[in-house]
Write a protein that binds this ligand. Structure first.
Ligand code: ZN
Length: 605
């Protein structure tokens, strides 16, 4: 297991334009507008119990209306809003959160149970359908919200409410007589409990997370048993198979990533957390096997996951259609969570490469530049009729975008006792406490568009330690120097990180040059939808071709001969500065592919 721990986002200042802009948009527009939407959609009202006036549920299809998830939407918004408060306090946001906490406090049952849907609709049926109805999932998101709010403000009323609920869950679930041996159909509670354990140090919280993970997929199957207890046929399960929620077999025996993509990513994130906390090699090994599976045959070039809408998830290996790709924003965000945790099991650039790829091409695309419109699915090809939503009946992706961006600083740097590791670049500064004392670091770059990176290293007193710099897998022949003296990058790079160990003095400067040039990327030959097709990447950014840059022709008909030269163009006029690509026409005049922009900056939507 790695000794590295992430440097928290509150300790990392975003100074580069790319991320500063996005963070500001999320803080000033996304978080408040999401609160308005939660009000409009009835989510906030659903927390005020009892409430008979709420227009609840689709007749005859109550559980499928999405309303059983509403507690989670409130929790995710509180989490994102609390990250915003960590950047700067805001009385309006705090008042909105306090109102929600008031409602939850009033709603909580005397025994600690707190699920607003069940308390309002079917109070006698709690814990009777873990397979479908998300009670523990909702608690997980509320818990992440409560933890974030406490860390941002020091206020622990919400956390206290939720700890009472967790105590109730601890009593309800377990191997002892009278307890339920169940677990949630939608994983989430496990990673939230690990977060709670890291805050409280209470072993009971970690043990409960491990219990849920270890029970998953055991026989006799809990979801069969509870269906029989409900008087239902276990086979009468909408998703048909337990692969859907990754409970088809115990997690350590799973060798293929299957089913609903977001559930899979949350589960794998929790498995990596538990592997780290429990020093559990069998869980780490299972994560590595499943990582290899998803990366070798189930991932889009955008790091989108899950091609199918039917199960919101995975199908066959190499089934990666472009126009019907589901590739839910939440799945890419979940992949970032998982990759980040894998990176802290083992400092390996493979994980950081995927994290970065998912961040720029699968997750960021989910939120518009104005911060108020969203993509749920992220197809790689469109006829122009798809645009971003102002909201979605199931708004899971909306708050996944905001909570990711509001805490993005936490993905840049990690530290151990005597080493620092940079995973991402883009203009950050931070103070890190090593065993040898405090070190101030400032990374300056125009990443992801340009690969010239400068890092100022200023320990309070001269000290020996190691700085690890990620050399992305796409960056060949990177060069580095310290104070003008060249570093042998090839000799000093291991697992994608260039390690520079020396006595550092205040004001020392590292220069890192990552060559960024357009590259043609071809899919695995088994991806039949991509035969004869090529994708273009420059650095971490996947590019797209749109009619707005190529007027007068159907972009699907464009051709890019293998010998066509691809040029980069700095466009200061486009989105305050991006780098676009153009390909010149060949002698035969075939190439009409005149303009391509990064996917995150596409005009559509
Ligand atoms: Zn989603």
């Amino acid at each position: 297991m790695s000794e590295f721990k992430p440097v928290r986002f509150v300790d990392v200042a975003l100074e580069g334009q790319f991320w500063r802009e996005r963070l500001e948009t999320v803080l000033t527009r996304t978080i408040p507008s999401q609160h308005v939407q939660l009000g409009k959609q009835g989510v906030l009202l659903s927390l005020t119990l009892p409430n008979q006036s709420l227009p609840l549920s689709v007749p005859g299809n109550e559980h499928d209306s999405g309303q059983v998830l509403w507690d989670s939407d409130a929790g995710k918004w509180i989490e994102a809003a609390s990250y915003a408060l960590s950047h700067r306090r805001d009385p309006d946001i705090e008042a909105w959160i306090e109102n929600i906490v008031d409602d939850l406090e009033k709603a909580q049952a005397p025994d600690g149970y707190l699920n607003c849907w069940y308390l309002q609709r079917e109070p006698d049926k709690r814990w009777t359908n873990l397979r479908d109805n998300h009670e523990l999932y909702n608690l997980g998101h509320l818990l992440e919200g409560g933890i974030a709010y406490f860390l941002a403000t020091g206020r622990r009323r919400l956390l206290d409410i939720l700890e009472r609920y967790v105590d109730h869950v601890c009593k309800t679930f377990g191997p002892n007589p009278g307890q339920k041996r169940g677990y949630c159909g939608h994983q989430e509670i496990e990673l939230a409990l690990v977060k709670l354990y890291r805050l409280t140090g209470d072993r009971m919280h970690l043990d409960l997370a491990a219990y849920f993970m270890n029970e998953r997929g055991r026989q006799p199957h809990y979801f069969d048993q509870e269906a029989v207890e409900r008087g239902e046929n276990p086979r009468d399960f909408r998703a048909k198979r337990y692969e859907y929620n990754q409970s088809h077999r115990p997690v350590r025996e799973q060798t293929k990533v299957v089913g609903h993509a977001v559930r899979a990513m949350y589960m794998l994130s929790a498995m990596a957390d538990l592997a780290a906390e429990l020093n559990d090699d069998s869980l780490k090994k299972a994560c590595e096997v499943l990582w290899a599976d998803v990366i070798s045959s189930k991932i889009y070039i955008t790091s989108g996951l899950g091609p199918a809408a039917a199960n919101e998830g995975f199908t066959e290996d190499h089934d990666l259609p472009n126009d019907t790709a589901y590739a839910e924003t939440c799945a890419s965000v979940g992949l970032i969570f998982w990759a980040h945790r894998m990176l802290h099991l083992e400092l390996d650039g493979r994980y950081a490469d995927v994290l970065e790829q998912a961040l720029f091409n699968g997750a960021l695309t989910g939120l518009s530049r104005d911060g108020e419109r969203y993509f749920y699915s992220n197809p790689l090809e469109s006829d122009g009729r798809r645009g971003r939503w102002a909201w979605h009946p199931c708004p899971c992706c909306t708050m996944n975008s905001s909570r990711l961006i509001a805490s993005i600083g936490g993905y840049f740097v990690s530290a151990s006792e005597n080493a620092i590791a940079f995973h991402l670049y883009g203009g950050v500064s931070t103070n890190i406490q090593l065993a040898t004392g405090n070190v101030f670091l400032r990374e300056t770059s125009a990443y992801p568009f340009f690969g010239s990176i400068r890092i100022e290293v200023s320990p309070d007193a001269p000290a020996e330690f190691t700085i690890n710099l990620r050399i992305p897998g796409w960056a060949h022949e990177a060069e580095a120097s310290v104070g003008g003296c060249a570093v042998d990058v090839t000799a000093c790079t291991r697992n994608g990180y260039l390690a520079i160990s020396r006595l550092w003095n205040a004001g020392d400067t590292i220069a890192l040059e990552l060559p960024i040039s357009p590259k043609r990327i071809y899919a695995h030959p088994s991806v039949k939808q991509d035969i004869g097709r090529v994708a273009l990447k420059r650095g971490p950014l996947v590019y797209c071709v749109e009619e707005v840059d190529n007027p007068g022709g159907a972009v699907q008909q464009l051709k890019l001969p293998r010998d066509a030269r691809i040029k980069t163009v700095e466009r200061g006029d486009l989105f305050d500065g991006v780098v676009t690509l153009t390909a010149s026409k060949t002698k035969s005049g075939e190439t009409a592919c005149t303009g391509m922009r990064p996917r995150s900056f596409r005009a559509a939507g």
